[in-house]
Design a protein around this ligand. Structure first.
Ligand code: GCU
Length: 613
C-alpha cells in the first residue's frame, strides 16, 4: 500500500502505531460498550494544497523529528506577538461528525482533497492500569491521525473501522485529536478512480474513546456450526492476557454458562449445544443476550443463531429453501438533502422502506455500510449481502492495491461476522475478466474463507450473449468457481435493448450453484409520466420491471433478486439536466422516499413470492 513516508523506519513506526495493521490486528468490538463519544462539532480547515502537511519544498512535516509550528497537526498558538502562524483551528469553521463534508457545506459539494479536522477533549475517567483507544467508524478515504502533535498512524479505506491505542498519550485536559482527511481518488486505490456514486469525503461515521481494563475482551466470534445438533462454536480474544486468565461466555436465556482459561495468545475456544435455541430468520429474528466476562471486564452483545448453506442449486436458511426478495441499497440518505447515513434513525428509515417493499434481503452496495445498518438488519429480520468496493477496473497487478482490498475485507468481516443477518460476503462488483483479476479475486476468496467459513461468498459478474444466438444470455466467469452463489447484474431494457427484449431472452448459467440476480433496473424521474416507451418516465421503469421479473422466474436455479436500487442516489456520472441532475434515478423511490410506479410492481411480485406463488 502506498505510503508517503519513504524509508523503513517510518514504515515500521506506522506498523507499530497500528497503521496498515488491520489484517493482522484483531477487530475491536466496541459498539455495545459505554464509550466516550467525540461526535459533534469539529473544527476544520480546508487545505487543497496540503499546506499544513508539506513545507514549501513539498517535504512532509511529519517526517521531521521536530515539526515546526506551521504543521497543522501541532495545533500551535502564538507564543509571542510577532510569531508567524498561518492557521488557527479555534477560528476555523466547523463540521459535524459523523457526516460527509459535501452535504454540509455548499463550498465542499464537489471538493476532493484534504480537510483537517480537530477535536479538543479532556481525558475520560480511567484508572492507572486502564487502557484507552480511539476508534473511528469510517473516514473516507485516507486519514493521517495525530494526537497532541504526535502521529498515531495512517488508515486507507473509506468504509471500514480502525482504531489506535492511546494509553499513556493523554493529558488530563485539552487533548488535541487532529486528522488530515483526504478523499482524492487514485487509480491504485479501492475503489479506483471511477465509481457510480458520490465521493463523499470526511469523518463519515462516529468517533469514540474506548476505556477498557488492562486485560479486556477485545473480540469474539460465535456461530451455529451444526444445524442438526444445534451446536455452537466460537472463540474469545482477551487483549493484554498472559495466558491462564479465565473468561466466561454466557447465553443466559439458553442456560449456557461456559468458563475457559485463555492460552498465551489470549484466545479461548468454546463449543456447546443449544437444543432449545430458536433459530434466527427474517420471519423470527430471534436474538439472544450474550455476556462475555473476565475478572475485570464484561462485554455484552445480542446474537442470532442460524445456518446458511447451498445444496446444488438450492439456497437453504436453517435447512429450508430460501428465496431472496431483495433490494440494493447505497448508504445514502438524501431525504433531507443529506449524503452518507449519519445515525441509526436514518439507517432505520432505509431498512423500513425495504421492509415496505416486502423485502427479506438487502444488498448493501458497494462497500461495507455503517454498523447501525447491519445491527438493525439483525433486529428487523433482513438478510444482508455485504461487499468491499472492489468495483469495476481495479489495479489488479498492484500488490499494494491487493493488500488494501484484503485489509478492507478483514475489517468488514472482523466487525460484522457475529451478525446473523449477514449471509453473503461479496468480493467485487462487475469486474472485467482477466488473468490478473482472476488471481486477485482468487486470493481474496481464499482469504475470506480463512476469516469466516460460515457464510457464502459471491460477487456480481457480468453476462454476455452467445455468439451464435443473440437471444441466449450467458453467465460464464472464472469467478463463479470461486464463490458459492452465482450472481450477476443485467440491464436488459436499459443499457441492453428495450424492455420487450426480456420477453424473448433465455439464460444459460452452467453451474450447479444457486443463481442470484444482483442488479437490474432503469432510471425514472419521480413524477415524470408518459407512455411506457418514453424513457425517464415512471411508466417506462414500471414496464421494464413488469417484463423483467417473469424473465428472471424462468432462470434455472434462480433464488432471488436485488433490483437496482431502493432510492435515487447522487452520482457524478449522471448529468442529464432536468432529469438526473447528478442523481442516478434507478431508485424505485426518489431520494426523498417518494414511491415510483415500479415500487408497487416489485412489492406485488414479492407478495406473490412470500405466498409461494
Ligand atoms: C452497475 C453498477 C452500479 C451502477 C449501475 C447503474 O451495475 O453495479 O453501481 O450504479 O450499474 O449503471 O446504474
Amino acid at each position: 500500500m502506498k505510503s508517503r513516508m519513504p524509508g523503513l523506519c517510518w514504515l515500521l513506526f506506522l506498523c507499530a502505531a497500528g497503521a496498515h495493521a488491520a489484517t493482522s490486528e484483531a477487530a475491536l468490538q466496541m459498539y455495545t460498550r459505554a464509550n466516550h463519544s467525540l461526535d459533534g462539532e469539529w473544527k476544520v480547515i480546508v487545505d487543497p494544497y496540503e499546506n499544513g502537511y508539506y513545507n514549501y519544498r513539498y517535504e512532509p512535516y511529519d517526517q521531521q523529528p521536530d515539526p515546526p509550528v506551521g504543521a497543522f497537526f501541532t495545533d500551535s498558538k502564538m507564543k509571542t506577538p510577532s510569531e508567524l502562524i498561518e492557521y488557527d483551528f479555534d477560528k476555523a469553521i466547523s463540521l459535524q461528525v459523523p457526516g460527509d463534508w459535501n452535504s454540509q457545506d455548499p463550498k465542499l459539494y464537489y471538493y476532493e482533497g484534504s480537510v483537517w479536522y480537530r477535536r479538543k477533549f479532556d481525558a475520560p475517567a480511567h484508572g492507572a492500569s486502564d487502557r484507552v483507544f480511539v476508534h473511528f467508524g469510517a473516514v473516507n478515504y485516507r486519514a493521517d491521525v495525530y494526537l497532541n502533535g504526535k502521529k498515531l498512524g495512517v488508515h486507507e479505506g473509506g468504509f471500514t473501522p480502525f482504531h489506535f491505542e492511546i494509553t499513556g498519550r493523554l493529558k488530563d485536559k485539552g487533548n488535541s485529536l487532529i486528522l488530515k482527511v483526504d478523499n482524492k481518488r487514485h487509480a491504485d486505490a479501492v475503489p479506483t478512480l471511477n465509481t457510480d456514486w458520490w465521493n463523499y469525503g470526511g469523518i463519515t461515521r462516529s468517533v469514540d474513546l474506548v476505556v477498557v481494563p488492562a486485560v479486556f475482551v477485545r473480540d469474539y466470534q460465535l456461530a451455529l456450526t451444526s444445524l442438526e445438533d444445534r451446536e455452537v462454536a466460537g472463540s474469545v480474544l482477551l487483549d493484554g492476557a498472559k495466558g491462564g486468565e479465565t473468561v466466561t461466555l454466557s447465553l443466559p436465556e439458553l442456560n449456557i454458562r461456559e468458563t475457559r482459561a485463555v492460552g498465551a495468545d489470549g484466545r479461548a475456544a468454546f463449543r456447546f449445544r443449544v437444543p432449545e435455541a430458536q433459530l434466527w430468520s427474517p420471519r423470527d429474528p430471534r436474538l439472544y443476550r450474550l455476556v462475555i466476562a473476565t475478572a475485570d471486564d464484561t462485554l455484552v452483545d445480542r446474537v442470532g443463531l442460524r445456518s446458511i448453506a447451498t445444496r446444488g442449486k438450492r439456497l437453504l436458511l436453517n435447512g429450508e429453501p430460501l428465496f431472496l426478495r431483495g433490494i440494493s441499497i447505497h448508504e445514502e440518505y438524501s431525504a433531507e438533502g443529506g449524503g452518507r447515513v449519519r445515525n441509526a434513525q436514518e439507517a432505520k428509515q432505509l431498512l423500513s422502506w425495504a421492509k415496505e417493499l416486502g423485502s427479506n434481503f438487502v444488498r448493501l452496495a458497494h462497500y461495507p455500510h455503517n454498523e447501525h445498518i447491519v445491527r438493525l438488519a439483525d433486529e428487523m429480520g433482513l438478510l444482508v449481502w455485504s461487499e468491499i468496493p472492489v468495483y469495476w477496473t481495479i489495479d489488479w497487478n498492484n500488490e499494494g492495491t491487493y493488500r488494501n482490498a484484503e485489509d478492507q475485507l478483514a475489517a468488514m468481516i472482523g466487525r460484522d461476522r457475529n451478525r446473523a443477518s449477514i449471509i453473503i460476503w461479496s468480493l467485487a462488483n462487475e469486474t472485467p475478466v482477466s488473468g490478473a483479476r482472476n488471481r486477485f479475486l482468487s486470493r481474496l476468496a481464499a482469504k475470506a474463507r480463512t476469516l469466516d467459513d460460515s457464510r457464502l461468498l459471491s460477487a456480481a459478474m457480468e453476462k454476455h450473449y452467445r455468439s451464435d444466438n443473440p437471444d441466449v444470455a450467458v453467465v460464464e466467469d472464472p469467478l463463479a468457481d470461486m464463490v458459492d452463489l452465482v450472481s450477476f447484474n443485467q440491464y436488459i431494457g436499459w443499457y441492453d435493448g428495450l424492455p420487450e427484449k426480456a420477453e424473448r431472452v433465455r439464460w444459460e448459467i452452467p453451474y450447479d450453484k444457486p443463481v442470484f440476480v444482483s442488479e437490474f433496473g432503469g432510471d425514472a424521474r419521480q413524477g415524470r409520466h408518459g407512455d411506457a416507451n418514453a424513457i425517464w418516465t415512471e411508466e417506462y421503469q414500471e414496464d421494464l420491471y413488469l417484463k423483467t421479473l417473469p424473465m428472471l422466474d424462468r432462470i434455472d436455479g434462480y433464488v432471488g433478486v436485488s433490483p437496482w436500487i431502493l432510492a435515487d442516489f447522487r452520482s457524478p456520472r449522471r448529468l442529464l439536466t432536468g432529469i438526473q441532475d447528478e442523481y442516478n434515478r434507478k431508485g424505485v423511490m426518489s431520494e426523498k422516499g417518494v414511491r415510483k410506479k415500479a415500487f408497487f410492481v416489485l412489492r406485488d411480485y414479492y407478495r406473490r413470492k412470500a405466498e409461494g406463488r
